[in-house]
Design a binder for this molecule. Structure first.
Ligand code: PEP
Ligand code: MG
Length: 565
């Protein structure tokens, strides 16, 4: 009999297939005392970590985009001399190589988990390195993706980047994990690969190999042992969706011709080849952290100019919205030491970091301005984590003084949404980061799978703040876009447009579905959907009411088209 499991839908689409579970990590044998050849045992451990680092580096070269970036970062952790020194010290204290690797990595993992936020999310990377190195030392097969010989739904407690990055969408029909937050690796990479995914689905622990499951990656639903009728319905919907997707191309527009530019989020140079070829109107969010993280010193001015120029060239003739550095606290950089903070997500991060390190922002803005001066792209620049109109004004003055013509801010702190009008009086545009805006509105860590319900972008309180921000833009005729994950849900995208949002930025794999959905609705219909969502009493109700109303709108196109716009 069919049984429903609920999680967090992080990558849209429906799929049906048999479960294949990720193999369990290699178990450690009883420990042995090493008092004879500690040096030899340490060499063995270092060989194993080096082999893991090399293997990850090699895998990185076979993929592109975010997948390549995360594998390179993971390879650097496995080959980190500090980790190797820690392992050697434990071996010298009497442990054998597998136990020393396990203990040293465990220590790092606990430190990351204690830090919370972005760093806690990196704990899954360390587990994977541990499993690979221990398997290498014990002569066991490498843990990783199963290969049952037919397409399957991958079920796991959690997925490491190395697992997710090399997934073959032809074989993996969908992903279900017991843990994982809405913005973890699984979510980002599944979206990039276009694989439906549900995370934070604790009951997935009860799914077994070969069991039939139906996944709805938009709604976060997993049906165990679905009936034949349910499977046939899902297949019909998937076929219809594939057809709509194939017909969808060109600029984003509502059915009555209102232009809603559809843009892509770019996270690093590895993304450029794929993202620039996507059918988009440009970049809605260039996350510049890729230039600054995981390195001992800050990038030079020239290095920055070159990196920005590569993006502007790849998107010549289109818009590129560059976000200035969003690091600090939970995304630390070695060359900007910060005091330990009890609540890193509420600490000195994003634009706040520039107050203590003004040269960092100044250098970055100068590099962007220089790269933009001879670029064919339409370059816009915006600051992250802006909380007040005064901060927006200071940033805008600094950017404009360098010749940057389009200056804006991200709205991702509730105070900025509440005072959007004042902010839009001093900048040219705003872009709403729904990931952080949800986190700060609901006081819920955005990476905490347990708080998925609060972080659901359909929450009416979040939509109310988006409406307030968009309304401020409409009043002053300033564009207000969305570049958080909310923009990639095709039904929610209609609601956002109805709330007054003027552009949507997302992973390239999501463009076609959002474009197709927009093309089927007039602005007035989007407004009706937005009203319904705003007035709902919960995220679940908002999604259900809007889905039902959208179905009714589709069923009565003549009536809908005769509405005044
Ligand atoms: C957001 O917060 O929604 C956003 C787009 O920024 P980031 O995910 O990089 O914090
Ligand atoms: Mg953010």
């Amino acid at each position: 009999m069919a049984r429903w499991l609920h999680g967090l839908g992080v990558s849209g689409g429906e799929a049906v297939g048999p479960v294949a579970r990720l193999a369990s990590p290699p178990a450690l044998p009883p420990s042995t005392e090493v008092d004879v050849d500690a040096a030899g045992e340490a060499a063995r451990a270092i060989d194993a970590l080096t082999a893991v680092a090399d293997d990850l580096q090699q895998r990185a070269s076979t993929v592109t985009g975010a997948a390549s970036d995360v594998l390179i970062a993971q390879s650097m952790i496995a080959g980190d001399p500090v980790l190797m020194d820690g392992v050697t010290a434990l071996i010298e204290a009497g442990q054998d190589a597998p136990h020393a690797v396990d203990a040293a990595i465990g220590e790092h993992r606990r430190a990351l988990e204690a830090a919370g936020g972005y760093l806690a999310e990196r704990a899954a990377d360390l587990n994977d390195i541990r499993d690979r190195a221990v398997a290498h030392l014990l002569g066991l097969p490498m843990p990783g993706i199963p290969d049952p010989g037919h397409p399957f739904v991958l079920v796991a407690v959690d997925l490491a980047p190395a697992d997710t990055a090399t997934l073959d969408p032809a074989k993996v029909l969908a992903i279900v994990t017991e843990r994982g937050g809405p913005t973890g690796h699984t979510a980002i990479l599944a979206k990039q690969l276009g694989i439906p995914a549900v995370t934070a689905c604790g009951d997935a622990a009860g799914l077994s190999d070969g069991q039939s499951v139906l996944i709805d990656g938009a709604n976060g639903e997993v049906v165990a042992d679905p009936s034949d009728e349910m499977i046939a319905d899902a297949r019909r919907r998937a076929d219809a969706q594939a057809e709509r997707r194939a017909r969808s191309h060109g600029p984003g527009r509502t059915a009555d011709g209102v232009s809603i530019p559809l843009l892509v989020n770019v996270g690093g140079p590895g993304d450029l080849a794929a993202t620039s070829q996507a059918d988009s109107e440009g970049v809605g969010l260039l996350r510049t952290e890729f230039l600054f993280l995981d390195r001992p010193t800050a990038p030079s001015f020239d290095e920055q100019v070159e990196a920005y120029r590569a993006v502007f060239d790849a998107f010549a003739g289109r818009r590129v919205v560059v976000r200035t550095l969003d690091v600090g606290a939970d995304k630390p950089v070695a060359y900007l030491p910060q005091d330990e903070e009890p609540n890193p997500a509420l600490g000195v991060r994003g634009l706040r970091l520039a107050q203590a390190n003004p040269e960092l922002l100044d250098d970055q803005l100068r590099a962007i301005a220089q790269a933009a001066s001879r670029a064919q792209a339409d370059v816009w620049v915006m600051a992250p984590m802006v909380a007040t109109a005064q901060e927006a004004r200071t940033f805008a003055e600094a950017a404009r003084a360098l010749g940057l013509a389009r200056v804006g801010v991200m709205i991702e702190v509730p105070s900025a949404a509440l005072k959007a009008q004042q902010i839009l009086d001093v900048v040219d545009f705003a872009s709403i980061g729904t990931n952080d805006l949800a986190q700060y509105t609901f006081a819920a860590d955005r990476l905490a799978g347990d708080l998925a319900e609060l972080l659901d972008p359909w929450q009416p309180a979040l939509l109310a703040l988006i409406a307030q921000s968009a309304g401020a833009g409409t009043a002053g005729v300033r564009p207000v876009g969305v570049c958080g994950e909310a923009a990639s849900d095709p039904v929610l995208a209609l609601v956002l447009v109805g709330l007054g949002i003027t552009s949507l930025s997302m992973a390239p794999a999501c463009l076609a579905d959002v474009r197709a959905a927009l093309a089927e609705r007039t602005l007035e219909e989007c407004r009706a959907l937005a009203d319904a969502a705003l007035n709902a009493s919960s995220a679940v109700t908002a999604r259900a009411v809007v889905s039902e109303l959208a179905r009714q709108q589709s069923a009565a196109p003549e009536v809908a088209e005769s509405q005044p716009v």
